[in-house]
Design a protein around this ligand. Structure first.
Ligand SMILES: [Zn+2]
Length: 101
């Protein structure tokens, strides 16, 4: 996965296109990410007990990782991510500024 938890991403497709947010969960199996405050849907819950009110809560739904681009913390631009080895350690880098991210 080229996107990690706590990364900032920009959404490049769908109704949230152009928006940025922080990744709060990564699901490698489904290639999905959950972005804070984005892809929010309203979920209606029914009253469970008598006297309780049903409520509407905002829930973020996971997005496919291919719909998001990492925003490089070094150059603050949405960037493609590359991998390279430094001292046998795989590191992630920004293809725009070549900086380690
Ligand atoms: Zn960069």
């Amino acid at each position: 996965m080229h996107i990690h938890k706590n990364d900032t991403v920009q959404i490049i497709a769908g109704k949230n296109r152009g928006k940025t947010g922080k990744v709060i969960r990564v699901d490698a199996e489904k290639a999905a990410i959950l972005v804070e405050g984005l892809n929010v849907y309203k979920k209606h819950s029914r009253p469970k007990r008598q006297g309780e009110k049903g409520e509407i809560v905002n829930v973020s739904r996971p997005l496919n990782i291919s719909n998001a681009m990492l925003v490089c913390p070094n150059c603050s631009r949405p960037a493609k991510v590359g991998f390279r080895y430094e001292n046998q350690v795989k590191i992630r880098y920004c293809k725009k500024c070549k900086g380690r991210i």
